[in-house]
Design a protein around this ligand. Structure first.
Ligand SMILES: [Zn+2]
Length: 446
């Protein structure tokens, strides 16, 4: 079990990167040999890729010789070899838990964990929440879905592992949640950022109270993007009087949670040291890029300790920017990153690669005049000639003059000519707190 100091959960978090890398390589070889000996899925995959067993057993095969694993392959494997697929490497008596993650329609991916898999997952989770500022004297209400999904119980137990007291609330019944806050005065809430607006509405309508009346000190957010926008974060902190922390990034297929900010808030620290091995690739050429400051690419992860379902070179399709690899002021050496979007959402406009979030960043520069909501409308086929952007006026303001300013700003910052159309506040649909950013026709979704 890890030793924790006041500022770090585990001493590994301040270890020099070359020491972590050296241990990673040992674990990586062991995991590859494990997958070769136990996984019929990988045995077949290696064979198809022309990889000989002795190359893996020698411990000298370069990682980039091995094929990537796509989510679609493991979904197909479970569909064709029901219910758990050919990548299950342990007998069922060693399996302790079964989760489901999103797959394709009617075909979810089942994640199985042994006791050791659970323990390793909770260690990464504890590093993450400790880094985000959760401490033993906190009482945290956990409001993520416990029903089948990995984030509910796993984050709950990770929060508990930091020493904090955790109240398992789940989702729904916002009135009861508010009652609980009024009676027990917990110091923290763990939820998706969009859930706050629902709580605020019920607070106002049913209790005649304001968000600040709940006296929540720490907002521990994850499960969806948004909180990295300074504008959104500032508005939450102002309204709720809490510290809003981006504290819960993970890729459930490979490791439930391994990214959170520290007190300096300069990006998400990577907390998967010696648990998962990260690689950065150029998604179009599939070649490996060095993880260094300013590098942008897709993260690919290999599990290092998995017993039930090891994954080798799993493509996350998360487009990621590496913000820093030097030691942070908090002492941690885990590189810092931010998620730009999905690699499959990258848009090519006249030869320029851009992510939807880049437009969001330009729009968020004008918080007094614009709501921050936008929608990109693409016509025809990629690569696109031009982009049509719907941008919402702010509430009770007219921002007509913004049209030309935005066209110029987008041209200057992104080198893209956009046709900007301003639409009334509330026009762009927000389903479940999320807005569909790209529409592939000529009408916005409502
Ligand atoms: Zn830090």
């Amino acid at each position: 079990m890890s030793l924790k100091t006041d500022s770090l959960w585990d001493p590994i978090e301040k270890m020099p990167l070359d020491e972590i890398f050296a241990k990673d390589q040992i674990l990586l070889n062991e995991q590859l040999i494990y997958s070769l000996s136990r996984s019929r899925f990988y045995q077949t995959k290696y064979q198809k890729a022309g990889i000989r067993s002795d190359e893996i057993l020698s411990g000298e095969i370069p990682l980039d010789r091995l094929p990537f694993t796509e989510k679609s392959e493991i979904l197909d494997d479970q569909r064709d070899n029901p219910p758990y697929g050919n990548n299950l490497c342990v007998p069922m008596e060693e399996v302790s838990r079964i989760h489901r993650t999103s797959g394709y329609s009617g075909n979810p991916y089942l994640i199985l964990l042994t006791q050791k898999d659970i323990d390793v997952t909770l260690e990464a989770g504890a590093r993450m929440f400790w880094c985000a500022g959760v401490r033993p004297d906190d009482v945290v209400v956990h409001c993520l879905n416990y029903n089948f999904w990995i984030g509910g119980i796993t984050d709950h137990l990770s929060l508990e592992r930091t020493g904090a007291a955790v109240i398992p609330f789940g989702v729904g019944n916002t009135r009861a949640l508010i009652d609980l806050f009024l009676k027990l005065k917990p110091s923290g809430i763990s939820c998706t950022p969009s859930y706050l607006s629902k709580i605020e509405k019920v607070l106002l309508e049913d209790f005649h109270l304001k968000p600040g009346d709940l006296h929540i000190k720490k907002g521990i957010f994850g499960g969806e993007p948004g909180i990295q926008s300074a504008r959104f974060r500032n508005s939450i902190e102002e309204k709720w009087g809490m510290k809003a922390i981006d504290a819960n990034f993970g890729v459930s297929d490979i490791l439930s949670a391994f990214g959170s900010e520290c007190e300096f808030r300069t990006g998400l620290h990577f907390h998967g040291q010696n648990i998962i091995f990260p690689e950065l690739i150029d998604p179009s050429t599939e070649t490996v890029i060095e993880i260094k400051k300013g590098a942008v690419g897709e993260m690919v992860y290999t599990s290092l300790l998995k017993e039930a379902q090891p994954l080798i070179r799993f493509r996350s399709h998360d487009l990621t920017e590496i913000l820093d690899v030097s030691r942070c002021a908090c002492g941690r050496t885990g590189f810092k990153f931010r998620i730009l979007g999905r690699s499959d959402e990258m848009i090519v406009i006249k030869g320029i690669n851009v992510f939807p979030s880049a437009f969001g960043e330009v729009i968020s520069r004008y918080p007094d005049l614009l709501s921050g909501e936008y929608q990109i409308i693409l016509m025809g086929k990629s690569p696109y000639d031009h982009i049509h952007l719907l941008v919402e006026h702010g509430k009770d303001v007219s921002a007509e003059k913004m049209q030309n300013i935005l066209v110029d700003d987008i041209k200057t910052r992104l080198s893209i000519h956009a046709v900007v159309e301003l639409v009334p506040f509330g026009r762009i649909g927000r389903s479940d707190g999320k807005t569909k950013r790209i529409v592939f026709n000529d009408k916005p979704t409502e």
